[in-house]
Design a protein around this ligand. Sequence first.
Ligand SMILES: [Zn+2]
Length: 399
Amino acid sequence: MTYQLIIKGGRVLSPGDNVDMIADVAIDDGKIVSIKPELGDDANRVLDVRGLLVTPGLLDLHTHVDFGMRTVGVNARGVNPDLIGVRAGVPTIVDAGTTGPMNFGGFRNYVIEKAQTRVLAFLHAGRGGITMEPDVRYEDDVNVDFFETAVANNRDIIVGVKMRLMGPGLQSLGATIVELAKSAARKVKLPLMVHCGDHYSKFDGAGEVTRAALRLFEKGDIIEHTYTPIPGGHLTDSGDISSELRDAVDRGVLVSVAGGGMHFSYRVAQTMLDAGIMPSFIATDLNSINHRQGCWSFTEVLSQFLALGFPLKDVIELATIKPALAVHKDDVLGRLTEGREADISILDVVEGDWYYDDIEGNQIKGQQAIMPKATIRRGEVISVDWGPHPWGWLPAPIV
Ligand SMILES: [Zn+2]
């Protein structure tokens, strides 16, 4: 038969399928139909990817893509989903609660439905989500009935519940913020992601509130910004890991370490990694500001983990099957399986000398960087753009 597309000769690396081999991938009607060492070249298009990596579509579980929903100059921070999605080697992204029950309809109709990238979403438990900062000031800002209705109407793309422990609500409501979000999450039976780290007011009591809130987390809930150095993070004043964080991880609560250019400290990361508190998946927290400064791209964040000493296979696992499992979408995402929709990332692993700065002014160096070469979304080949740096996709070189 003549296939729609054959991706030829790449290193197919799919940790979720236990596959790491040189192979061809045949696609027809937007679906993966065969993965074999040699499939010939009888296809409408043959994409020669010898020397490149072929992985299940990368899945960035923390982004803000309410593109055009906020007024320019007034907190407009949503980035175009395709710019950090299919144009960056990432077929699927998850918006981390930028909108709430009151404005998810607009987000879905005018942004999500128009994107070529598959966009899933955490729905913020607060009425207007992050678009109407501060997200939560009073208990009334969480309306569980409205929340339930919004989820019921959008179950196909809402994969979790979001809340942030920061700002005036953190001081006025304390851990009650998380209690409110948890009651919403229980109603809809979805995982809760909570942002920890009060970069808004840098409230001194934030650490205590975070520790109280962590006791409410259940297995499968997500602690966000686990490696943050900002008040409300997880190290005590003496630099130890809080017992509440350790207990939560022992209960099966997931560890997210999205940095977004602000919430990643090598000092905190090393303390956590030495104690075995590993990321459950890798994500970015990309928005319209940090994709030009400090966070750059999903592949650059993955490269940073290579520089931290994570093997390539682990990094790909943490960017494909692991986030798919975290949002209970591993039946459709995170694997390269015959019969599935063909969402694939074509990547290059480039040798060199690069450096990565963190928010505390510390630096790490790496010798391998991942850069996107093309995205396959529903079987369609999409070119990546020029990249976030003036010189393109690769991280800052040591000169
Ligand atoms: Zn975020």
